[in-house]
Design a binder for this molecule. Structure first.
Ligand code: NAI
Length: 254
C-alpha cells in the first residue's frame, strides 16, 4: 500500500511508543515525515531506522515542545518554508497520570492539561492554518485521545479529563475545518505496551486486571494503534470526520 505517497505528515511525540510505531507504519506506506518531540536523540534514532529501511531520506527531525506557543509557530514556519504544505497532522504527544485530586498539586494538574489538550489547540491553530491553504486531496488531523477519555479513572482524574477534552475538541475542530476539506478525528487506545505504561505493566496485578477487563484478553501493541491511525488519517477514511475510533481490545464493550 502506498496510501501516503507524496504526502507530508507530521507526528508529535514520535520518538517512542505509539508515535514511533505510527512513523514506521506511515513511512512504509510512502509518507514524508516530520518527527517532532523534545528529545532530539530519540527522534533521530527513529528517523535513522526509517531512512535506512526506506533507502531514501523520508523522515526529518524537528525538536520542539508542543506546549510552547512560540515553538509551535516556528515549527509551522519551518514546514511552510521547507515542505510548502502539510497534509496529515498526528497529535500524539501526551503525558499520563497526575494522581488523585485530594493530593494533586495545581502545577501537576496544569501540566497534564497543557501537555494533552493545550498542545492539540496550539498545533491545530498554527498547523491547521497551514493545512487550510493546501489543495491536497487528503487533509487530515488525528488526535490521540484515550479509553480514559470515555471512562473516567478515579486515580487519574487529570488525565481522563484531559483526554475527554481531546475527544470533544476533535469534534469542534472537525466542524471548523470541514469547509476546507480537512478531516479531524481522534483515536482512543486502551492499554498499550509503551514507555508510558511500562512501569504499571510490571505489576502482575495490574496487567492481569487489564487482561480480565479486555474482551481480547491482552494488552495492545503500538503497531496495532499505528495501523488504525494510518487508516483514519488516510484517504481510505475520506468520508469520516469528527469521530473517535476506539482501539481498546473491547474494554468498553461489555
Ligand atoms: P510515550 O511516553 O512513549 O509517548 C509520548 C511521547 O510524547 C513521548 O515521546 C514524549 O517525549 C512526547 N511528549 C510529551 N510531552 C511533550 C511535549 N510537551 N512536546 C513534545 N513531545 C512531548 O507513550 P505512548 O503510550 O506512546 O503515548 C502516546 C499517546 O498515546 C499519548 O497521547 C498517550 O496519552 C496516548 N495513549 C497511550 C496509551 C497507552 O496505553 N500507552 C493509552 C491511551 C492513550
Amino acid at each position: 500500500m502506498n496510501r501516503f505517497q507524496e504526502q507530508i505528515v507530521l507526528i508529535s511525540g514520535a520518538g517512542s511508543g505509539i508515535g514511533a510505531a505510527t512513523a514506521k507504519q506511515l513511512a512504509s506506506e510512502g509518507a514524508t515525515l516530520i518527527l517532532v518531540g523534545r528529545r532530539k536523540e530519540k527522534l533521530e534514532e527513529v528517523a535513522e531506522e526509517i531512512n535506512s529501511e526506506m533507502n531514501v531520506e523520508s523522515a526529518y527531525v524537528y525538536s520542539a515542545d508542543v506546549t510552547i506557543e512560540e515553538e509551535v509557530e516556528l515549527l509551522a514556519n519551518y514546514i511552510e518554508s521547507n515542505f510548502g504544505r502539510l497534509d496529515v497532522l498526528i497529535n500524539n504527544a501526551g503525558t499520563s497520570s497526575g494522581g488523585p485530586i485530594l493530593s494533586l498539586e495545581k502545577e501537576e494538574w496544569e501540566r497534564v492539561q497543557t501537555t494533552n489538550v493545550t498542545s492539540v489547540y496550539l498545533m491545530a491553530k498554527y498547523l491547521g492554518a497551514l493545512m487550510t491553504q493546501s489543495d491536497s486531496l487528503n487533509k487530515s488531523i488525528v488526535n490521540v485521545a484515550s479509553l480514559s477519555g470515555h471512562k473516567a479513572g478515579a486515580k487519574i482524574p487529570s488525565y481522563s479529563t484531559a483526554k475527554a477534552a481531546v475527544i470533544h475538541l476533535t469534534k469542534s475542530l472537525a466542524g471548523e475545518l470541514a469547509p476546507y476539506q480537512v478531516r479531524v478525528n481522534s483515536v482512543s487506545p486502551g492499554f498499550v505496551e509503551t514507555p508510558m505504561t511500562e512501569d504499571g505493566l510490571k505489576n502482575p496485578k495490574f496487567s492481569q486486571a487489564i487482561e480480565r477487563h479486555t474482551l481480547l484478553g491482552r494488552v495492545g501493541r503500538p503497531e496495532e494503534v499505528a495501523k488504525a491511525i494510518a487508516f483514519i488519517s488516510s484517504s481510505d477514511a475520506s468520508y469520516i470526520t469528527g469521530t473517535d475510533l476506539l482501539i481498546d481490545g473491547g474494554w468498553l464493550t461489555v
